[in-house]
Design a protein around this ligand. Structure first.
Ligand code: XMP
Length: 515
């Protein structure tokens, strides 16, 4: 079982995932919960520590997210960050006010109590990252101020006896020097975690937990050949052997030749001993998507059809008790079902099932992991590197890389253009330096001239981004010669395309995919 859990309570701030990430970097397991999580559930989880995140509200507003005083009286160490720090003071009898001038960005930190556990082993001359308008004007009874800045009288405060710590700045942001060390001081020194959580313990513990949960039940896994579902499938296969059946739905929205490649790896004669079923439902998908151009409607159709295909396969197999999905942590947050962040896109592979489905439950073994952690788990499971380091491909596939209506002809165009793009990137030897890259088919048609003929064809957009966690991204700087070569090959080799563009937009404000 998971021991030494630290929980992060999410109040909707922009750095919430980073908090979890930094804690994990200290080799301490942690999970994120919405501030709506009940005190009973927290008690039942019995965490070694609790971290309250930042958030966009003012804690004294009536409608602002809050938590009852009981949270601070459980005897479990609590660290409040930014809004979390203000909330802690507000709830415990301190004072939070709106400043005349906010404090944003890099700020010199003046440490008043260098012997505070939070500051153990850090220099007393540091820069911290501030982002707040409200500030703590008076600490709650029992607290002492341990650091301040020129504009902020309480940059950090502590009540050592009660194991309560409040930090106004953001130690989770790398701009705060020694920020990770401060978080490590909290989870290791204050909470007493041993810091021995590793990916191999994740794999072992997950296998054990899956065995216990599934018993002798039957499990169906959606395998797309992408990193996440491949890792989920191999993990499940390790845990329950041939009680697992993997279904690979070829919805006709995959990259060129991908269906055959996935079958070659996971199917009979491949490198795994899996019950593998490939379902070819391309026509069925094109039919369902006919005339549909709204991105969210397309996602829903693709997702629902996915479940229907599963149901049908499950019925053929007999009774199926569980369904496995390769959902990972960023999917959970961006779909608005994890913490408090706003919903951006309804990634179809997250969340509950339609009412009429016959499965008992969904198993999402990678739900708490970041992409790089999934990759580590994959390596731990012995999955070959070329699979583990594949770039991500979205569940709805080319369906969301074709702006507007999806047709078989458009799928072919984007497949061919994308194939050329990937081929040239490979040849240029720059593949491993780019986070994600693909071609998309814009819905724009424009006039061109080819061989003395007027054309009125589609424009292809090339996308390539550098990203650490896929939550933010910047356009990659692909050498001009490579882009030029790709452009010329696409125009010459892909019928129906007469224009190629390179997308420079970062995320935010753009997203990585086009829909
Ligand atoms: P966005 O476009 O939201 O993408 O910046 C972030 C990452 O998520 C992938 N993505 C999806 N993955 N189902 C998925 O499984 C989806 O509906 C979906 N939409 C985006 C995207 O490829 C990128 O890696």
């Amino acid at each position: 079982m998971k021991k030494e859990l630290v929980i992060v309570i999410d109040f909707g701030g922009q750095y919430n995932q980073l908090v979890a990430r930094r804690v994990r970097e200290c080799n301490v397991y942690c999970e994120i919960y919405s501030y709506k999580v009940s005190i009973e559930k927290i008690k039942a989880m019995n965490p070694k520590g609790i971290i309250l995140t930042g958030g966009p509200n003012s804690c004294y507003d009536e409608k602002a997210p809050t938590y009852s005083k009981e949270l601070f009286e459980l005897g479990i160490p609590v660290l409040g960050l930014c809004y979390g720090a203000q909330l802690m003071m507000h709830v415990l009898g301190g004072k939070v006010e709106t400043a005349l001038v906010g404090e944003y960005g890099k700020t010199d930190l003046i440490i008043d109590k260098t012997d505070s556990a939070i500051y153990a082993g850090v220099s007393d001359n540091l820069v911290c990252w501030m982002s707040h308008f409200d500030y703590i004007s008076k600490v709650a009874p029992g607290f002492e101020i341990v650091s301040h800045t020129d504009n902020c009288p309480v940059a950090a405060a502590q009540n050592v006896e009660a194991n309560l710590y409040a930090i106004q700045y953001h130690p989770e942001v790398l701009h705060t020097q020694s920020g990770t060390k401060m978080l490590s001081n909290f989870v290791i020194q204050v909470c007493g975690c041993s810091g021995d959580w590793r990916m191999d313990s994740f794999v072992e513990e997950s296998i054990q937990a899956i065995k216990e949960k599934v018993g002798d039940g039957k499990v169906l896994c959606g395998l797309s050949g992408g990193v996440d579902s491949s890792v989920a499938a191999v993990l499940l296969s390790r845990a329950i052997g041939n009680q697992l059946t993997c279904v690979f739905v070829d919805h006709g929205l995959l990259r060129k030749d991908e269906g055959d490649e996935v079958e070659a790896i996971f199917g009979p004669g491949g490198q795994y001993d899996l019950n593998f079923i490939r379902v070819n439902v391309q026509e069925r998908y094109y039919e369902k998507l006919k005339g549909v151009s709204d991105p969210e409607t397309k996602r829903k159709i693709i997702g629902e059809e996915f479940i229907r295909v599963f149901e049908e396969e499950a019925q053929k197999i007999g009774k199926v008790d569980y369904l496995v999905q390769g959902t990972i942590y960023p999917d959970v947050v961006e779909s608005g079902v994890g913490g408090e962040s706003a919903m951006i896109k309804s990634h179809h592979n997250v969340g509950g099932l339609p009412d009429c489905v016959d499965f008992k439950e969904i198993i999402e073994p990678l739900r708490d992991l970041f992409k790089d952690e999934v990759r580590k788990a994959g390596l731990e499971l012995g999955i070959p590197e070329y699979l583990v380091f594949r770039q991500p491909f979205p569940g709805p596939g080319l369906g969301i890389r074709i702006i507007g209506e999806v047709t078989e002809e458009k799928v072919k165009m984007v497949q061919d253009a994308d194939f050329i793009y990937r081929d040239e990137i490979d040849k240029a030897g720059i593949a491993s330096s780019i986070g994600q890259y693909f071609a998309a088919l814009t819905n724009m048609r424009s006039v061109g001239v080819m061989g003395d003929e007027r054309t009125y064809d589609f424009a292809v957009a090339l996308r390539a981004v550098n990203t650490v966690d896929f939550m933010t991204a910047e356009a990659a700087e692909i050498p001009y010669e490579v882009l030029n070569k790709v452009m010329s090959r696409i125009i010459n080799e892909v019928r129906g395309v007469n224009r190629v563009m390179y997308d420079l937009t970062s995320k935010p404000p753009g997203t990585i995919e086009f829909e």
